[in-house]
Design a binder for this molecule. Sequence first.
Ligand code: SF4
Length: 464
Amino acid sequence: MIAFHVETNNDSIQHHCGVVGIHTREVSNIPAQLFYSLFSLQHRGQESAGIAYRKPEKLVTYKDLGMVSTVLSHYLGEEHSAHCGIGHVRYSTHGGNRLENVQPIVISCNKGEVALAHNGTISNSQKIKESLFEDGSIFQSTTDTELILHLIARSRKEDFNEALDETLLQLEGAFSLVMIHDDSLLAIRDPWGFRPLFMGKKEGLVAFASETCALDILQIKDYRSVEPGEIIQINKQGITSRRFAPKQSISQCIFELIYFARPDSRVYDESVHIARKRMGAFLAEIDTVEADIVVPVPDSGNIAAMGFAEASGIPLEQGLTRNHFIGRSFILPTTAQREFAVRIKLNPVKEAIKGKRIILIDDSLVRGTTSKILVKLLREAGAKEIHLRLCSPELKWPCFFGIDIPTREELISNTMNPEELAQFIGADSVMFLPLKGLSSCVSTPENFCTACFNGIYPIPVEGK
Ligand code: SF4
């Protein structure tokens, strides 16, 4: 299959990574099960996919650049018996989109064979890398994930678990990890809980995944979050859980709920669907503009638009159709090309929007270039008024915890207020969900990171 992808010069926050891990009591076709759960996480990373699984005699890995269906579909027609395996889909927030950066990373070292897949970003990676480099380490990739394996291998602790604990205590930032060591499957979440990670169980099978939609496909109903600072280990002897770090203040990424996660997932202890509906409803409650229809920018605006429409009584209309058959990305250098790219991806439904005053619901505003093109397309299609409503506060700070948010200079909300923004993109008005409104949409707002809105980083970061 040839995958085709259009990008408007990354004028959106890019998805990061997704991880899965599966262990079965009896040997089973682990690669096929990894395929289905990774396929459910495809939205979290479309640049590469890979799996590693433990056969009795060796650790096998298969990975490549491309989508899950391209890289791994041959496993559906083959039988590969194994006890455990891990998988990864990737968007390159750290290190480029190169084959050597594709995960899982598999190594053989003085602690045995280890396979590792990582979701997140190690925020003190530069410091760790410099120190390892000075000590003579040789790196095969440009990812921060590889550093974890170096630290384990170089630890003076002979026992793997002791070396692992020592390593994890040196890391700062976001790391939801799945790992194979010998015949054990391990799942680890950083002490701040930046990225989600779930453990699910059914008869004879334990699985880990970034989102619950990847457990649903395995027909797992019994699940819980891997706790921040927890290591869960599974092997033939059973399941053990331990903490590797004292409790920190929890800093879950609120953007998982705004944009990244699938609406049928739970992340942390929140339903993505319900949180997004609340965001739309809150926007409706503070909005005084009169309008004829509420139109989502699909897919990320869909659920919030439902919430807005229900709360306001303004009818919901699918005024934009999205082409879903879009794959890998390339950068488009000219405005005309970028406009064409938006046209390929999103096409206005003229009959739905002609002559209408539109509330246009999107998740967030990064550089504003896509919104500008979208507003132009809607005007051409006959929209009378366009009022852009965003389900997040103004993005003003970069992220150091696994999300690709541009520099402060590139974030348009640092240079324009909502009135200026409306003028820039050609809308009649622009309104953001205030931070207090966003906080009211989750059940434990004190447990969320909101640094990209207010610059209050939960831990010190390199290069702020
Ligand atoms: S800075 Fe923003 S994107 Fe990054 S973890 Fe915090 S809330 Fe998420």
